[in-house]
Structure formats: structure tokens, C-alpha cells
Design a protein. Sequence first.
Lengths: 275, 384
Amino acid sequence: MRELKNDPFLDFFRVDERFPHILCPGCGIGTTMATMVRVFLDLGIKQDELCVVSGIGCSSRVTGYLDCDTFHTLHGRALPAATGIKLARPDMKVVVIGGDGDIMAIGGNHFIHSARRNLDLTVIVVNNFTYGMTGGQYSPTTPTQERAATAPFGNVERSFNVCFIARAAGAMFVARSTTFHVAHLKKMIQLALQKNGFSVVEVISQCPTFYGRYQGLGDAVKMLEWLKTRSVDVEKVANPWSVKDRFVIGVLHDQEEVPPYSQLYQELRNRAKEK
Amino acid sequence: MILAKTGNEAFAYAMKQINPDVVAAYPITPSTEIVQLFSNYVSDGEVDTEYVPVESEHSAMTACIGAAVCGCRVMTATASQGLALMHEMLFIAAGLRLPIVMAVASRSLSSPLNIHGDHSDSVASRDSGWLQFFCETVQEGYDTLIQAVKIAERANLPALVGIDGFILSHCQERIETLEDQVVRDFLGRRKPAYNLLDWRNPILVGPATLQDYYFEFKRSEIEGMNQVLPIIEEVQAEFGRIAGRKYPVLEEYRCEDAEAVVVLMGSACGTVRVAVDRMRAKGKKVGMVKLRVFRPLVHSLLKKSLVKFKKIGVMDRVDAVNSYGGPLFTEITSVLYDTDERPWVFSYVYGLGGKEFTPEDAEMVLEQVLTGKEDELVTYVGVR
Ligand SMILES: Cc1ncc(C[n+]2csc(CCOP(=O)(O)OP(=O)(O)O)c2C)c(N)n1
Ligand code: SF4
């Protein structure tokens, strides 16, 4: 039995067993985790009706701190595990959280196919443009030319636009926010969780320890200022997909819902049973 | 030159001196530093290597295979889940007889998630057809990695060189290194048996062979492995001449007149040495047999050595869940099956997930083997 702490927010965390957490001071992952939990509370999603799934990485560590059903899987494999969970328990709210490396590099294939299938869950991609946990190597979202542990002279590869891929692969809802715009971030996660179908929120987050250091962006406070000044609201741009050098934040794609995978699968089972 | 280096640094330094044509890798604790430091040598122009930071270990091994098929000298490094993710490609590398050399900072496999050292990653790759070396010290790791390149290229088989995660990968030791040129002269250039890019002699790599030839290909691969031991010994002798350091494939430590010995691989050999010394000081006749090469299995050497003892403890830093004792134990008992002496053999599993294994633990094991009173098939050392 869970011991209640008389504070619904604290009650969502395994405060006694798992804190202090291992994240670096000033890291944006804590902000993302707290904001996500606040949305769960606002939407009245109960701990017993929720499963949070992650792979491996600093961002994926979140599952270890939450006091609800969580599954900390393997690097890149959160989405396949979440697929199984959702199919076994279509009534449960399933949320996947992980880094740009976990979800876009080693697990990139799962991301596009989960979107294509329109799996009914929400993916929160904490994009800090690097592999934080293993020491700041470049990731598929590290912008071209930027420096990383594996790119001392600048990254020669082109980078992924997480939201663009999500939309192209078939996501129902796609939004972007940052760890500076906390109220906005909360709104985006809220909308995503309310969508019936594959929904993605890309959270641009600061990793002062590696990405910030390699880019010379300064400490966490400076990085938050950087997130603030680099961001532009989607309402203020003509074409959000063609903007370069800015983080376009807001709802980038929200389409009319079509029946999600778990529902279609259930219907198929029912039909097969009738025969 | 005498340097202070951690296991990872020593591996990276050896790789710099080896100067491979291609390195493809993906980071994972505790081996990340190996390629990370190596990539600094690349960016500083100290090597001629093409360095490819891919998006997973599966791709890393696949890129290595692609390069090796084209005649390149290829290396990588990984650990744990990374090695597990490469599994499919490990068999391809061995089947295509590609002498890829991989540095491994051994780490336990999930689940539960754990980043510390044991041999479950390498041993799980045992049947993939790779040569496997386990090292006791950082110095041995450095020396073995260099030798492995030559051995692999002579044998036309891939090789894995393991140091225990954190225990060796992150601990600094005084090591003696060779000059860059000495290493490069020692290794020369790779002379590939075939080369995909040799357009004058087009070849087909990797096509299907079904009942017609598959078994014959496998049989020749097995034969290739059967013939590796003399190559290892040859290369070790050559290396001994340039470095002055020699590592027998199988070392007997204070085994003269021993009544009980333990056999094991990896860094814990150092721990056992201390325990053996302490017990010898008390007049107890115990010793240690250190195995450096796990694949090929040096059964003739093992047999010759082990029949001399009455009681043997085989120590595994990995468990092969529900097999008849640890993985090395089952190998050794089958090796000893057809001997007249048939010593008593006991299985000890220790240090999983990096659990500390102290000289006191080792003394306890040696003491038990000496008295030879075991009720259980496997003793799990230090488990609560
Ligand atoms: C198969 C496998 N390969 C490599 C690793 C090592 N590893 C752990 S986390 C990580 C990258 C983390 O980057 P990201 O997903 O962007 O998360 P962040 O730490 O930046 O939040 C890597 C490569 C692993 N755990 N498993
Ligand atoms: S390494 Fe970066 S991403 Fe990981 S906890 Fe530290 S600041 Fe956060």
C-alpha cells in the first residue's frame, strides 16, 4: 500500500526511496518531470490508471522517481514495451518519456512505426541535443556544425526535426515547448494527453553539463535565457517547418482523430471471436 | 614508456598505436571512454582512422563488418547491452572470417539494470565464433589488445579482449607501453584473404547457402578456430621479444605440490593471488590456475594442467542460469571427463553485478575447496 503524504504532488514521487535524484544541478529534466506530474494531477489521471515507460538515459531516469506503474526498459526500447502494455491494457494511460538519443537514434525505428500505427499513447521527447548520460556525444538532433564529445570540430551530419518526423510518420498530435516556458509546456502536455491517438511533445531542455558546455552556452540560467530568446510561438511564423535557428513552440500538428491502434485491434479480436 | 593509465585509457592508447583504418562505435558505460579518448586521437590527427559514430551498437558492428570486408583493419569497443545488441552481427563477422578486434569493458546484463563488472556480456557471446581474451591487469589488457590484432588477422577470425568493467576500466595502473613505431612494425598491414573492393576479382559476400554448403562453411569456421592456439602462442612469443612481457595462455600460480587450486579468468586473479600467498604462508597447499583465453577453449592445456590436482574450484563471474554449474565449470568438467584422475571439481559463482570479491572471499573459497566438503553443486559467493 502506498503511504499518503497529504500532498498529491509529492505523493506522485517516490520521495523517500529514490531522492535525491541523480540529475545534474540545473538540468531541465526535473522541470519536465514535475510539469508532467502536474498535468496528471490536473487531468485527474490516477496513479493506478497510469503506466510511464522509458528506455535508458538521463531523461529515461524519470520512471525511477515516479510512484505509479513504471517500466524502465532498455536503451531505445520504451515504445515496443509501451505497445505491449497498451494492447494488454487499453484502458490504461500510457506515457513514454525519453531522450533524443533513446527515441530518435537507437529507438528511431520504433518511433516512426508507433506513429504509423497510431498507437494511443503520448511520447515526451526530452531533446537536449546530446547523449547526456554517456558524456555528451552528438545525437541525431545535434545541429550540423555544433560541437560535441564526438565532434570536436563540429558535427558534419544533418539533424532530425523531431516534430517533423512525428507528423510525417502519422502522429495525430505534435507540439513543441521548452523547459523555460513551463506554463506553456504544461499546456502542451495536457493537450497531448487528451488526444486519442499517437501524440508527441518535444521538450527542448537544457543539459548544462555537456551540451551547454560544448556550445559555450554558459550555466543553466544562461541556457534558460537562451531557450527563451531562441523560441518563437507558432502563431507568429508563416510556416513552422521552414524556420531555421529558432525553436518554434506550440501545437504544430493536430489532426482529426482516427481510431487508434488499440481500438482497431480490439475490434478485430471481437470480430474474430464472433466467427 | 612508463605511464599511469586506466584500463580504458590503456585500450585507447593501444588503439592509437594500432592505428586501425576504421573504428565504428556507440557509447555505453563503462566502455564509452575507450572510443571517446580514441576519437581525440582522431581529431588531433594522430591516427589515420575513419571514425564513425553510429546510432546503435548493431550499426556499429555492421559498419565494422562493411569496412572489414573491404580489407580494412577495424576495431570497436562496447559493453553489456551494447554487446548484446551486436549479437546478430557477431556471427556474421565470424562466419565471414573477418578479423575485427573489439575491446570490451565487461559489464553485467540487464535486468536488473546494473553498470558494474561481470562476465555475462562476453560469455553470452561465447558461441558466436569470436576469440575471447580475459585480462587480469591494465598492462595485460594493453598488451593483449595489440596481440589480438595480429592473432585475429593470422587466424582470420574476430577477437574480443575483455577487461572487467570499473575494476580495470576505471582504475589507474602503472603500465609500460611500447613506442608507436614498434607497435606498427609488429603489426604491419592487414593482408586480407579477400577484398570486396578489388574490382578485378569480383566476389560475392554473404549469399545464401542452404543444405548444399552451409554445414561445410560452418565446419571450416570451426576448423579455423581449432587451429588458433598455435597462432596465439606464436604471436605471444613474438610480442615477448619486443616487449619483454609474456603471458601464458594458462598460468599456474604456486601450483607446485598444490592439493587444491581454483581456476578463473579476469581481474579477480589478482585477488586470488593475494589469498594464495596468505594461505601458503600458513602452510596450506593451494594454488591458482589463470585462464587467459576462453575461446578457443584450450582443452589440451587445461587437461594437462588440471589432472595434477585432487580438488579444483572453478570460479565464474557469470551464471548460466540453471545449467550444471557456471559456464567455465561445465567446460572444465567436460574436459576432465575422459581422464583417469577425474579430480573433484566444485563450482563457484562470484561477483555478479560488480559485487565486491575480496581476498578474504577468495581465502574462503580456497579453504572450502581444500576441505572438499560441498553439499551444493554451486556456491554463490557472498550472496545474502
Ligand atoms: C544498447 C545500449 N547501448 C548504449 C547504451 C548506453 N547509453 C545509455 S544512455 C545513452 C544515451 C542517452 O542519450 P539520450 O537518450 O539523448 O538521453 P539523455 O541522457 O541525453 O537524457 C546511451 C548511449 C545502453 N544503455 N544500451
Ligand atoms: S548530463 Fe545533462 S541531461 Fe544528464 S542530468 Fe546532467 S545536465 Fe541533465
